[in-house]
Design a protein around this ligand. Sequence first.
Ligand code: AFP
Length: 345
Amino acid sequence: MSESPLSMHPGPHTPLVGTTLREHVLSGMQAAPGATGEFTSLLNHLSLAIRIINSRVRQAGLAGMLGYTGETNVQGEAVQKLDVYANDVLLNVLERSGHCAIIASEEMDDPVFAQHPSKYVALFDPLDGSSNIDTNGTIGTIFAILRRRVTEAKPALEEALRPGYEIAAAGYALYGPATLFVLSTGQGVHGFTLDPNVGEFFLSHPNIRCPSKGTTYSVNGGNRARWNEGTKKWAEHLKGSDKATGRPYGSRYMGSLVADAHRTLLKGGIFAYPADEKAPKGKLRLLYEANPMAFLFEQAGGMATDGVNRILDLQPAELHERTPLVLGSVEDVLTYKRFQLEQQG
Ligand code: AFP
């Protein structure tokens, strides 16, 4: 990237202008041999969609956008007005980008296939944690991008059903006190904060690393009675007192994966949504939630499993498949695994 005249001759009144998301993506792509600019353009379109969704989230209470539509989605969950809005924005912006052959969303029964040849598959949860909307809690958007193997081929559903280790880029937007865009294109994890006055994301969290161990755990303890013995013993273990291992752990749970995962990514510790008697395959969706988060955690030096197995190795069988999800600091995720293996004998 060429230096601007300002940065070449900084003076006492020179404004400090940080790296924008656009510049960051572009500089990564310039280093990639054979890059055509399509990937950069796709990520810029995603950033646009997120800024549009953010703008509506900020006005939701004033714009009559709170509450339910009265419909249920493919998961059987009540749909919020903002769920629909966020889904429509992402779909519209990504279709217009011309870079996605297949677009699949947690809110749509079936994927949308493009009529023209294009290189990428986009998977997203348009508004994660939406049960927090009406109480002004933190919510987010989660996405993953896959490269198609053959651009010219007619797009098919199987192209979306690929294991997470094939992800080319993943990230999330967090609509909290500030709006953040956390992204990995396979070269570490970087966080950008939206300057609402300028309308740009600026690099605020370069090269995020998840600590190897934390002191908090994040789980919906209300499900305890339905957990397996391994999970029950693990939770009791964390509540036990032992100075050497930092126990008892503190408990933090928002019920919004983006918020809980973001805190865990920065501070370390563990987030778990295990399988239970009511949800034997877990609650969270492999393609829209678990895979993108697992990609980010591994890129940041953390770990993500279904309790025992690596999330990114799981072969999806269907679009809306669910999985147990345990992610966070390597040491903490391995402790959870030890309790699962002990119970299995
Ligand atoms: P909603 O989008 O329906 O609020 O679900 C959020 C979510 O998928 C994920 O973001 C949370 O981690 C998890 O569900 C919370 O589930 P519980 O309410 O069962 O704890």
